[in-house]
Design a protein around this ligand. Sequence first.
Ligand code: IPM
Ligand code: MG
Length: 367
Amino acid sequence: MSNHSLLILPGDGIGPEVMAQVRRIIDWFGANRGVSFDVSEDLVGGAAYDAHGVPLHDDTMAKAQEADAVLLGAVGGPAYDDLDFSVKPERGLLRLRKEMDLFSNLRPAQCFDALADFSSLKKELIAGLDIMIVRELTSGVYFGEPRGIFEENGERYGINTQRYTESEIERAARSAFELAMRRNKKVCSMEKANVMESGILWREVVTRVSADYPEVELSHMYADNGAMQLVRAPKQFDVILTDNLFGDILSDCAAMLTGSLGMLPSASLGAPMENGRPKAMYEPVHGSAPDITGQGKANPIACTLSFAMALRYSFDQGAEADRLEAAVEKVLSDGVRTADLLGEEGVDPVSTSGMGDAILAALDASI
Ligand code: IPM
Ligand code: MG
């Protein structure tokens, strides 16, 4: 028994495939570094729906609340497209985020040197890129009431509500400023204060919180301009703070700047638990990729780096997180590529497990 409990939820599509490689990596840390985990595995998303008729069983929710960290693969897929909204795979993920109260979603967009040519932008615009998006994850239009599809005058209408309280904005802002203090001390907050009252309040609260962080340079940007600036000159940013919906969109945009969605991890953090570590869930930014499911093509790096974030933020193993990230960098600079990263002449792709093998070999070489 280890005192580190880790709940693994592989989910759907390529989730189980990439997670299988991460399980090997987790075992490697137990066998070689004395960093072992009490790992349990359960179902989420379509996989949970198939077994239980709901995208997240109450028992799984309870296990997630107890775990030191949750590592999730991906949810969703075409088989579930016609399900009732209330039991769609995505509802399982949103329930985890909401009930664990994981308000601060960290989405790094980092460009690995070896991959600078993969971006759709010019190499000089993205080489060395290192942005952290802090996306508020438990509120906003994803959860606001009223919501639903209703009928009026013989016509249906759909409604969702963007709602933010001051305290919700404040805690997300604090997490962004705290992170900026450990990085390059810049926060750019993005909303639409020109058209939305929630944006006006957002700007006001973020400005107020910034008074507690005088060393951090705060700027504000309308989110549409933010999207434009991200593709025009991404290196101007350090930490980007934004709401749930804008964060969803801007993080996909920022992720793709780095060449492949298959590379990027994320951490969703909540309030500190009794042990002082934040309640946390880690997951790749990519989705379940039904188009390549079951073909051994998926890139396990995003999920691997999500585990590295778990080592760093949940288990106080910063040096081991560095080791794992360095192993990934080594593999990439050695030219090992999964199919999503092709483009160079004469390079044959490795399979999902081939990438797992290469990362494990780099880890072996690191000790
Ligand atoms: C994400 C995803 C989710 C979101 C979906 C799967 C519910 O796009 O994590 O970015 O919209 O938040
Ligand atoms: Mg998204």
